[in-house]
Ligand binder design. Structure first.
Ligand code: CP3
Length: 337
């Protein structure tokens, strides 16, 4: 039994005594306690692949910050790896894939990921479940097929993702094949996370904003919908960064919650998404302000979401150099509203 199920209630659109709050990237470098665990290891991937330690850093923000949910510590890039494309996390630079996908033949090196290939995350969820002992729900997650596709084609981060976008024009058939494989892999992975104890799941479409609306519907939203409609066990959240042009379409996706980034207009989102809970959307840079400013900004944000089912969060992941005391101030400001 969960002692605090505010976030699940809010996701389902039920009445809550106060708005629940958590932060994307709460399990990470903002906490000195995370950096201490990480410093003892060979790298980021060792942390992801060691269930006891992944569980430990998952629980840290619940203990230290007082958030209303834990998000399992892992990465969206475990899916391409389980499909056959390994990645490296380069210190201070980000992910790098030594091999990428550019031809139909390259698909031969891939397979549909099996949950067993990702047993370390499944085990981390089971351990987290025990350690939390019902204090707060656990959020499972995966990348949206388009965002995963971008990394597999591009080989790493990019300002424009022009290689990935080019493939949509030059070889829509190959694009569809790869997106289908990612979609299938993701559905069974999320279902395994739920079976292990995830109480809700979030799909991160971090690079939604680089696509034109037509391509977004055809090459991203379609596969997100396939995932969302396959998951009926728990509430699903879709966070598509930069996809303000697709909010109207998102009202028809089989998810309960839509995440908003800080560029998105809350008034407009409320109108376009009458059936959804909204999540977000304070500018992560607001947490560089003074304690008074943070409280004021948090309250202003809550004012904007009034009258709509809401889960408080930032508009994207918290920046690693944010003072944890400022993060706590934001969380307290939401709780005391
Ligand atoms: O706290 C949480 O939110 C849970 C853990 C989590 C991580 N990555 C840990 C992480 C989650 C949910 C993710 C998702 C993720 N990973 C996304 C989608 C969300 C978003 O931010 O848009 C994306 C695009 C990735 C890919 C990724 N992982 C990049 C581009 C990077 C490098 C950039 C950076 O922040 O350093 C990572 C590394 C990463 N993933 C770190 C963490 C805590 C930092 C690495 C470290 O600790 O050394």
């Amino acid at each position: 039994m969960l002692k605090n199920d505010l976030i699940l209630k809010a996701a389902r659109g039920e009445k809550v005594d106060r708005t629940p709050v958590w932060l994307m990237r709460q399990a990470g470098r903002i906490l000195p306690e995370y950096r201490a665990v990480r410093a003892k290891l060979s790298g980021f991937k060792e942390l992801v692949e060691t269930p006891e330690l992944a569980a430990e850093v998952t629980v840290q923000p619940v203990d230290l910050l007082g958030v209303d949910a834990a998000i399992i510590f892992s990465d969206i890039l475990v899916i391409p790896e389980a499909m056959g494309l390994t990645y490296e996390m380069v210190e201070k630079k980000g992910p790098h894939f030594p091999n990428t996908i550019s031809t139909h033949k390259d698909l031969d090196q891939l397979k549909i990921a099996h949950p067993e290939d990702l047993q370390y995350t499944i085990d981390a969820i089971s351990i987290t479940k025990k350690e939390l002992n019902g204090r707060v729900p656990i959020i499972g997650f995966a990348g949206a097929p388009w965002t995963i596709f971008s990394y597999m084609v591009e080989g790493g981060g990019s300002k424009t993702f022009s290689k990935a976008r080019k493939m949509l024009y030059n070889d829509p058939e190959l694009s569809d094949k790869l997106l289908k494989m990612i979609t299938e892999s993701t559905i069974s992975y999320l279902k395994a996370q739920i079976a292990a104890g995830a109480n809700m799941v979030q799909i991160f479409d971090s690079w939604a904003g680089v696509l034109p609306p037509g391509h977004y519907n055809q090459f991203s939203l379609k596969y997100i919908q396939q995932i969302a409609s396959a998951i009926s066990e728990v509430p699903v959240t879709v966070f598509a960064k930069g996809a303000y042009f697709a909010l109207k379409e998102m009202n028809d996706v089989s998810c309960r919650t839509v995440g908003l980034d800080w560029n998105m207009d809350v008034e407009e989102a409320k109108k376009l998404l009458p059936n959804k809970t909204l999540q977000g959307n304070l500018d992560p840079c607001a947490l560089y302000g003074s304690f008074d400013q943070i409280e004021q900004e948090a309250h202003r944000m809550l004012d904007r979401f009034k009258g709509h089912s809401h889960i408080a969060n930032l508009g994207h992941g918290v920046y690693p150099d944010t003072d944890p005391e400022k993060v706590k101030c934001f969380i307290e400001a939401v709780k005391s509203y």
